[in-house]
Design a protein around this ligand. Sequence first.
Ligand SMILES: [Fe+2]
Ligand SMILES: [Fe+2]
Length: 196
Amino acid sequence: MDKSRQSLAPAGMIEKLGGMVNKKRFIHSLGVMQMAHGIAEKFGLDGKKAACAGLLHDCARDLKPRKAAYFIKKYRVKFDPVSKKIPALWHSFLGEFVAKEEFGVNDREILEAIKYHTAGNAAMGQVAKAVYIADYSEINRKYHSSEKIRAKIKTKISLDELVRLVLKDKIAYLIEEGKLIHKDSVDMWNKYNHNI
Ligand SMILES: [Fe+2]
Ligand SMILES: [Fe+2]
């Protein structure tokens, strides 16, 4: 790993994550760390915080079922009826507790960024926005829409407009595929497009 990457988050944290997720996910996580840091710098946010949240955003993605059950029970995590049917969402809701317990993270903005990185949330803060965009557009994402967002990041665009474009792509994909859409994504769409 090059030095610039290492300096974005404590080496111990990076190493620990490497032992908790599969290789592809680890590489993706490092990509999100770097991208979230870059986005934060562009918009005058706390780069270290964004980098840490980016690194840890998928920390619950490869949890063993027994460990996941432990976190659900301990933190009384409740899944609404739609979430129950979207397994890809679960790691977001468990991730904040894994980050807390396994990595000693207590920062509210970092935990929120982890929690909201998949479905989004109308009330997400600035660091969460950076991670939401970075998760979709980090350098290892090869699909066309992620390349499009990467190009947009380099233009004179606002952070909220970037968030809106990512959300639009995500919702369009879900509709195209006939998949469920979580209410947090719908609320976010209404907020970012109609300020309601
Ligand atoms: Fe994720
Ligand atoms: Fe991710």
